[in-house]
Design a protein around this ligand. Structure first.
Ligand code: FAD
Ligand code: NAD
Length: 487
């Protein structure tokens, strides 16, 4: 352990580990304190994302989708497989192997970059000082650094009316660890986690009910896309109840007969529902408990996020913050970019970060992805715009995949034709959206995309056609022109 570091990072999630690696690449002496312990009580890097977030959820989404396809789609291909079974512990073992490989990968990257991994709890004392308490009762030490980077992330919001008990009423981590398929599954919140984890267990056979407080489904997404997504999810037997205000959730009964009874209001009506398991997925809050010593004057905003300026400086000199703990979209790639940008700022460089082009993806089937402004935002700002929308049903590759639901919608400025937003529902749109992220980053017009060759047959042709549709000239969909053709 060193007497003094150039950079001391608190938190080894996507924001913190990227900041540490980039700072080390730039020649700084770096240490990263992280307190995460895996289910076997072993320290593990990667934070929420690698341990109980992005990666394990995608592993289970993949396993459950394979099962669902085998059950519902293989026969149409002429593939006969007889009786299907699910081995949840084996599915969980696969998930654990994937997360283990990735978290171990971060540890190897730390080693390769000469970053010290300090396993335990960090607390900011004052400018330049951090109290470090190692796991398992090791001696508390005060560490010094020229730059302290807080990347302590976020944790699930708890509801007093539905308190977590770790078994029947659980958060997302609990829902990723079920060792059998719940017969009846309730979920409070139909946001990212609600629909992703709801999809996992519903595909495996849970009767799944999502109770969502607001009347609009996925209010941050474009309305046209969200409406179609809701239709598709309901077709898959996800019972999404909008405008449902939960009043209480309590367990009743004993042993195998124990269930969770939820009371909620839908309009004026009081309803009761009974579930075998209940997931509470109503958002995440910044993780700052025990992070700041009483004398450390790091300002928080009214929601508890750490306040920073454009260069990620907090109110305490020499102390910076990035990732979920500073708010904005609580997404791994947003935190990673902030980590990289901050390290470059500390090295005296002038990097840029463009929050207008942070992509969002919901990994359901069909997937939902977007970047930039929704049609509602553009309209409310009074910006003149045109849209081009093409369904995947007109795409040969989507038909061959048997995944024709959904569409690509592009929004462009009516006068300059600059792309203002891209909104997608369909197969692999998590990958397709990246073309539009690049396009928007380079401030491309819809005409630029329309004039780029897209391989055939690929799903990306739907993006190409949507760009042509902005000018009312798609080739593979008949469209009546409202405007005069350009000469
Ligand atoms: P975190 O990943 O939360 O890491 C913070 C780290 O700091 C943790 O290891 C924590 O133990 C440690 N720490 C905190 N306080 C201290 C302290 N005082 N001392 C020492 N260590 C400390 N995002 C996506 O972009 N794509 C997805 O597909 C996606 N899926 C998700 C699925 C689920 C179920 C969940 C819950 C989240 C998902 N997210 C996804 C969100 C993503 O996980 C977060 O945005 C991301 O992990 C935030 O990164 P971070 O580094 O800011 O914080
Ligand atoms: P969320 O903000 O996405 O959704 C929470 C939902 O719960 C909202 O629709 C909200 O209206 C609803 N809600 C809030 N209080 C409620 C109540 N009392 N009763 C009923 N409904 C209520 O939050 P989340 O799903 O918990 O996910 C947390 C965050 O993690 C996300 O915002 C996202 O940033 C991140 N995440 C991202 C991904 C991804 O990128 N694919 C996946 C999972 C999580």
């Amino acid at each position: 352990m060193s007497d003094k570091y150039d950079v001391l990072v608190i938190g080894g999630g996507p924001a913190g580990y990227v900041a540490a690696i980039r700072a080390a690449q730039l020649g700084m002496q770096v240490a990263c304190i992280d307190k995460w312990l895996d289910p076997d009580d072993k320290p593990s890097l990667g934070g929420t994302c690698l341990n109980v977030g992005c990666i394990p959820s995608k592993a289970l989404l993949e396993s459950s989708e394979i099962f669902h396809r085998a059950q519902h789609e293989y026969a149409e291909h002429g593939v006969e497989i007889g009786d299907l079974g699910i081995d949840v512990p084996r599915m969980q073992k696969r998930k654990a192997k994937i997360t283990g490989e990735l978290t171990g990968g971060i540890a190897s990257l730390f080693k390769a970059n000469g970053i010290e991994w300090l396993q335990g709890h960090g607390q900011v004392q004052d400018s330049g000082k951090v109290a470090f308490k190692p796991h398992k009762g090791g001696k508390k030490q005060t560490l010094e650094a020229d730059n302290i980077v807080i990347a302590s992330g976020s944790e699930p919001v708890a509801l007093d009316i539905a308190p977590f008990d770790g078994e029947y009423i659980v958060d997302s981590s609990g829902a990723l660890a079920f060792d059998e398929v719940p017969g009846r599954l309730g979920i409070i919140g139909a946001g990212y986690i609600g629909v992703e984890l709801g999809s996992v267990w519903s595909r495996l056979g849970s009767e799944t009910v999502l109770l969502e407080a607001v009347e609009d489904f996925l209010p941050i997404a474009d309305r046209q896309i969200a409406r179609e997504a809701l239709k598709q999810f309901r077709k898959q037997d996800l019972d999404i109840r909008l405008g449902a205000r939960v009043l209480s959730a309590k367990t009743k009964g004993r042993g195998k007969n124990k269930t969770v009874v939820v009371e909620y209001e839908e309009g004026q009506d009081k309803q009761t529902a009974e579930f075998d398991r209940l997931i509470v997925a109503v958002g995440r809050r910044p993780c700052t408990d025990g992070l700041l010593a009483s004398g450390a004057r790091v300002e928080l905003d009214d929601k508890g996020f750490i306040s920073v300026n454009d260069a990620f400086r907090t109110s305490l000199p020499g102390v910076y913050a990035i990732g979920d703990v500073i708010g904005g979209p609580m997404l791994a790639h947003k935190g990673m970019e902030e980590g990289s940008v901050l390290a470059e700022i500390l090295a005296g460089q002038k990097p840029h970060i463009n929050y207008l082009t942070v992509p969002s993806v919901v990994y359901t089937a069909p997937e939902i992805a977007w970047v930039g402004k929704t049609e509602e935002q553009v309209k409310s700002e009074g910006t003149p715009y045109r849209t081009g929308t093409i369904p995947f049903a007109a795409n040969g590759r989507a038909k061959a995949l048997g995944q024709q639901a959904g569409m690509v919608k592009l929004i462009a400025h009516e006068e300059t034709d600059e792309i203002l937003g891209a909104h997608m529902l369909g197969p692999f749109v998590s990958e397709l959206i990246q073309e539009m992220v690049v396009a928007m980053e380079f401030r491309a017009s819809s005409e630029d995309i329309a004039r780029i060759i897209h391989g055939h047959p690929t799903l990306s042709e739907t993006v190409h056609e949507a760009a042509l549709a902005v000018d009312e000239r798609p080739i593979h969909v008949a469209m009546r022109r409202r405007r005069k053709a350009k000469s």
